[in-house]
Ligand binder design. Structure first.
Ligand code: NAD
Length: 251
């Protein structure tokens, strides 16, 4: 098992990639703090882990709220005796529309959850990781932080910001044996992707064409990348955006 004895906190773990990672990390021996703003969905993920003999607890937290972000790190460390892995994955797609049409509230909300939420997640996890003598931070960015997508100005800006925050975290905390990386997924079949997909659904021809493999990715494929970054398989990886997009950016 790749994560035995480790404690992980995963945000947005009630759905999609966060849920897949929570289940995989637990199967690999980690104790998991399953955090989501949607408490019922976090409980479902934690129950699924417990049913298979893993260790997890569910907690409601809004990652854009500093009290919640502090509480989720402290509570995970309190329950499981420390914290080794901080996976800041929660995010929203936000409202669509060209940038002159975006509402100020809509713009601010995407930045608050997708960018500030990642910063707060790291801010309150770091003291616990330092106390532990090291650890791994994984943030969810996106291909949208590298290429421009029409109708997603706030989302693209937030995800580019996550790549940048991750690099700074790697520089500042490398001396504490803390690695910080982010994952840039392409189109992945999750409830979010299904919500934003045009007619034809997430596996529509236009989505499939964004990958040179002719298909969209699965949440498990991203969870396996996160497992690699969380584990001792990636001891020299830090400060890097890991693009897992089926070749979208290479086109
Ligand atoms: N699906 C894709 O194609 C894709 C591609 C690139 C990046 N991403 C990113 O991957 C991450 C996970 O997305 P997903 O596709 O699994 O989506 P999803 O909607 O299935 O899951 C996201 C989860 O985050 C939770 N969440 C939302 N706001 C929150 C908040 N303020 N506090 C705590 N939890 C909150 C939601 O309740 C949900 O359970 C997001 O950051 C997203 O931007 C998704």
């Amino acid at each position: 098992m790749k994560l035995s004895g480790k404690v992980a906190l995963i945000t947005g773990a009630g759905s999609g990639m966060g849920r897949a990672a929570a289940i995989l990390f637990a199967r690999e021996g980690a104790k998991v703090g399953v955090v989501d703003v949607n408490e019922a969905s976090a409980k479902e993920t934690a129950a699924e882990i417990s049913k298979s003999g893993g260790a997890a607890f569910a907690m409601r937290a809004d990652v854009s709220n500093s009290e919640d972000a502090c509480a989720m790190a402290d509570e995970t460390a309190r329950r499981f005796g420390g914290l080794d892995i901080s996976y800041n994955n929660a995010g929203i797609e936000g409202e669509g529309g060209f940038l002159a049409q975006l509402s100020e509230e809509g713009f601010d909300r995407v930045i608050a959850i997708n960018l500030r939420g990642v910063w707060l997640g790291m801010k309150y996890a770091l003291p616990h990781l330092i106390k532990r003598g090291g650890g791994s931070i994984i943030n969810t960015a996106s291909v949208a932080g590298i290429v421009a997508i029409k109708g997603a100005a706030a989302y693209c800006a937030a995800k580019a910001g996550v790549i940048s925050l991750t690099r700074v975290a790697a520089l500042e905390y490398g001396r504490y044996n803390i690695r910080a990386n982010c994952i840039c997924p392409g189109v992945i079949d999750t409830p979010m992707a299904r919500r934003v997909s045009e007619e034809g659904g997430v596996t529509s021809q236009s989505n499939n064409r964004l990958s040179v493999l002719g298909r969209v990715g699965s949440a498990d494929e991203i969870a396996r990348t996160a497992l690699f970054l969380a584990s001792d398989d990636a001891p020299f990886a830090t400060g890097a955006p890991f693009i897992v997009d089926g070749g979208w950016v290479a086109r």
